[in-house]
Ligand binder design. Structure first.
Ligand code: HEM
Ligand code: HEM
Length: 188
């Protein structure tokens, strides 16, 4: 499988970053849902740290992904799809990228504003220019949670759209993003 994208399909790097994002998101959500419901304990604080580390990693991965996207051709949507569907797909991908960037930023501002500093991997302190500010922290908490809900809804629609392409339209849209090489005889 080539490293770079071609005009028709995603390369190994784009695929790896796409599926790595899914794995990291599952970890971020699992940690988040567990940690907020735990009684105060060292384990709870550990989960908070891990959640932040995973979130910051998602931020770094999405930056890498966007840089790679700029340096590579992006396989076009199937020409058979109506224009409004292709536009909607582009819009939903832009929304996914935006949320993946804004969510970690709101988490970082929230944590710093609530005086719970972010120390990436326990090594790198990421200070916030906003300092400690409870009202800002509470606002960011609401934004962070709302974005989490929006992300879940968008990812569900995104995955259903991929399945629709594969099972109903029977085109190559899902196949060209799958992590394993295509079976012999298929185009991708
Ligand atoms: C894309 C990345 C991220 C996702 C998907 C995500 C998702 C979530 C979710 C679902 C919650 C649970 C909210 C609740 O049930 O109340 C949460 C809470 C939280 N997140 Fe994130 N998060 C991300 C990144 C970050 C980052 C980078 C930080 C900090 C550096 C962070 C800090 C927090 C904190 C402190 C809470 C707890 C809020 C509370 O106590 O209610 N998150 N996050
Ligand atoms: C749940 C399983 C998932 C499936 C089945 C899936 C499937 C796909 C497929 C088939 C494509 C290629 C679309 C095309 O060729 O135009 C794609 C692209 C994309 N996916 Fe996913 N995906 C999943 C999860 C996610 C998650 C969790 C995110 C991020 C939150 C995400 C973000 C994206 C983005 C931004 C693109 C556009 C790539 C680009 O053109 O730059 N996907 N996905």
């Amino acid at each position: 499988m080539p490293l770079r994208n071609t005009a028709e399909h995603f390369g190994l790097v784009a695929k790896t970053l796409h599926w790595l994002t899914l794995i990291l998101l599952i970890a971020a959500f699992t940690l988040a849902i567990s940690m907020v419901n735990m009684p105060l304990s060292p384990r709870k604080l550990e989960f908070y740290s891990w959640h932040k580390w995973v979130g910051v990693t998602i931020f770094l991965v999405v930056l890498l992904r966007l840089a790679w996207r700029l340096a590579n051709p992006v396989p076009p949507q199937p020409a058979a799809s109506p224009l409004w569907q292709r536009r909607l797909a582009a819009l939903s991908h832009a929304a996914l990228y935006t949320i993946l960037i804004v969510m970690p930023i709101t988490g970082w501002i929230m944590s710093s504003a609530l005086n719970l500093p972010v120390v990436y991997l326990g090594l790198i302190h990421i200070p916030s220019p906003f300092g400690v500010d409870r009202a800002l922290g509470e606002t960011m908490k609401v934004v962070h949670l709302s974005l989490a809900v929006a992300l879940l809804v968008l990812v569900a629609i995104h995955a259903l759209a991929a399945l629709y392409h594969h099972l109903v339209l029977r085109d190559d849209v899902l196949r060209r993003m799958l992590p394993w090489p295509a079976r012999a005889g298929t185009k991708f």
